[in-house]
Design a protein around this ligand. Structure first.
Ligand code: UDP
Length: 246
């Protein structure tokens, strides 16, 4: 299955819809081909400009979805067609639904103690046939990693959701990919908190008007430092567009 690939400030991005994304992931599971999925936002793109290792991790991954509205806007501004946002949380719900129908097992790794277990409970309540092969919180020591990898492998999950926050989760997947037998590995940021109910997703109004970033800033003011890169991202895209039109 081909996926349309573009570059946004040097980062790989696949301009695909949620439906295409699910089909691509499904085909990797059927063929048992390993894949690393990244849901890309403007903060990551901007960080990758001064972090060559992050840039490499993004560009060596297999599927990069347009998670944030900044990335969608930037790609469109540079003349690319982007059908829709494919966010980590939406991808996780859609994959959980498909996994329940197809009998794929999922493993949840990340968030504070108790959150992954509660997220598993919530998902199974919504899709009773969903197989959650295991879960583990995201606050572990280096010594605990080998047993966690063993647990994931022996659980025979088809999809591993890693919720350690970006870009920690992307580095973690890259570092342990060779030791993991699970076909699909996806970084999903704070999604386990949202599914478990420990954090609220923005109300529909904010999502509809692409203001989810504003809601997060209002409810988590500590993110201000991270979000200060957003205007810088916008300026860089505008300059890029200007250079391209010259
Ligand atoms: N987290 C974790 N281990 C860590 C650091 C963070 O499991 O060492 C979790 C944290 O509890 C939270 C998630 O990673 O559930 C980060 O959520 P955030 O919404 O900040 O994700 P981002 O916006 O970075 O994708």
């Amino acid at each position: 299955m081909t996926k349309r690939e573009i570059s946004i400030l040097g980062c790989k991005l696949h301009t695909i819809s949620m439906a295409q994304c699910l089909d691509i992931i499904g085909s990797h599971i059927t063929k048992r081909q390993s894949m690393h999925v990244i849901t890309l936002n403007a903060e990551m793109v901007y960080q990758a400009r001064s972090d060559p290792e992050l840039l490499r991790v993004i560009n060596q991954s297999d599927l990069v979805t347009p998670d944030g509205i900044g990335v969608v806007w930037g790609a469109r501004y540079l003349g690319h067609t982007v059908p829709e946002r494919v966010t980590g949380i939406d991808l996780m719900y859609s994959l959980a639904e498909r996994a329940a129908g197809q009998g794929w097992g999922i493993y949840l790794l990340g968030a504070a103690p108790g959150v992954a277990r509660e997220a598993a409970r919530q998902l199974q309540q919504r899709w009773p046939s969903l197989i959650v092969t295991g879960y583990h919180d995201g606050y572990f020591t280096a010594e605990q990693i080998p047993p966690i990898l063993d647990q994931i492998n022996t659980s025979s999950a088809e999809i591993l959701f890693v919720a350690l926050g970006a870009p920690k989760q992307e580095y973690w997947i890259k570092e342990h990919r060779q030791q993991l037998q699970v076909p699909v590995m996806i970084g999903v940021g704070g999604s386990l908190d949202v599914i478990a109910g420990t954090k609220k997703r923005a109300p529909q109004f904010f999502i509809r008007f692409n203001l989810e970033w504003l809601y997060r800033l209002l409810t988590e003011p500590s993110r201000l430092r991270r979000q200060l890169v957003l205007p810088l991202f916008v300026i860089t895209i505008l300059l890029e567009g200007f250079k391209a039109k010259k």
